[in-house]
Design a protein around this ligand. Structure first.
Ligand SMILES: NC(=O)c1ccc[n+]([C@@H]2O[C@H](COP(=O)([O-])OP(=O)(O)OC[C@H]3O[C@@H](n4cnc5c(N)ncnc54)[C@H](OP(=O)(O)O)[C@@H]3O)[C@@H](O)[C@H]2O)c1
Length: 281
């Protein structure tokens, strides 16, 4: 079985390869598909087959011999859908047997700003005829490290998400699940992968307090106040709009689902967010 992972020089893709190797897939059966092979010398040194692969012009010949591939969703806002559809087309042309795609929670019916690209990619994949599995990855614990850094200075965590909760998970747990699914044979399934715990922002402030060894409080603000605070911290307007829209989705309960599917796939409880926060401190 030859297993390919896109975005292998990124955080998630790199961890997927680590988990594949740790779980016993021989390095010679792992293909790292990377935008810039010069960044992948460590993967090559571990015996992984590194191949150039750009979502903007995906070459089907880079997928020769691949039985199963993981498409890690891209980062280019506004370009993701054409990139993803081009990758799916390349996989079909190359005769890849199966594709696993990293999507987002409730991608088909969500106010989360990331949802439309994921919904459209899921639909394109469904219409492609390519056997596939969708991994609707929950929010990363790591997304809250910037709030931890800010809280170290302000003693506050600002949220416009009201009483919304977040069942986030570590990138490593989500990557392990992707490795399990990629190395398996299942098709035609959509997983919603969440942490075991849905925490509130008061809970998060408590974790911040413990890690920072200073009192941190959660402060509920209106979206406009959060925007103003983020602008004051120097964030650009696109990112501010994104972060406030995510708070809206959290307030609506969209990131609070706890499905248990992640723990079941990886065979152990999901790591709590406090563990990720401690690793940063
Ligand atoms: N669930 C969540 O909370 C959450 C949070 C953030 C992002 N995401 C999504 O999950 C994905 C993986 O997250 P991550 O933390 O691993 O992000 P990341 O570290 O930024 O990795 C993204 C990877 O995509 C690759 N990539 C981007 N554009 C490409 C292109 N045109 N052609 C080929 N490769 C390209 C990057 O290549 P280079 O290494 O060359 O840059 C990188 O390896 C993200 O891309 C995003 O879609 C989810």
């Amino acid at each position: 079985m030859t297993l390919a992972v896109t975005g292998a020089t990124g955080h998630l893709g790199g961890l997927v390869i680590d988990h594949l190797l740790d779980r016993g897939t021989p390095a010679a059966e792992v293909v790292a598909l990377v935008r810039d092979p010069a960044k992948a010398s460590d993967l090559a040194a571990r015996g992984v087959d590194v191949r150039g692969f750009d979502y903007d012009r995906p070459d089907p010949s880079a997928l020769t011999g691949v039985d199963s591939m993981l498409l890690v969703s891209g980062t280019a806002v506004g370009q993701r859908l054409p990139q993803h559809t081009a990758v799916v087309d390349a996989a079909v042309e190359a005769g890849v047997g199966r594709l696993v795609y990293t999507s987002a929670p409730r991608a088909d019916a969500s106010i989360n700003p990331v949802a439309p690209d994921h919904k459209a990619t899921e639909e394109y994949l469904g219409a492609s005829g390519l056997p596939h599995v969708i991994l609707r990855n929950g929010w990363y614990h790591e997304n809250f490290l910037a709030d931890l850094d800010a809280a170290a200075h302000t003693g506050q965590v600002l949220t416009a998400a009201g009483d919304g909760r977040v069942a986030s998970a570590s990138r490593s747990d989500l990557a392990e699940a992707a490795a399990v699914v990629l190395a398996g044979e299942e098709t035609g399934r959509t997983y919603t992968l969440t942490g075991d715990v849905a925490w509130s922002f008061e809970d998060l402030a408590g974790d911040f307090s413990a890690v920072l060894e200073r009192e941190v409080t959660a402060v509920q603000v209106a979206p406009e106040e959060k925007s103003a605070a983020l602008a004051g911290a120097g964030l650009d307007s696109g990112l501010i709009g994104f972060l406030v829209a995510v708070d809206d989705a959290i307030a609506a309960g969209e990131l609070a689902d706890r499905t248990g599917e992640l723990a079941a796939l990886i065979g152990h409880p999901t790591a709590p967010i406090a563990e990720t926060l401690r690793s940063r401190a």
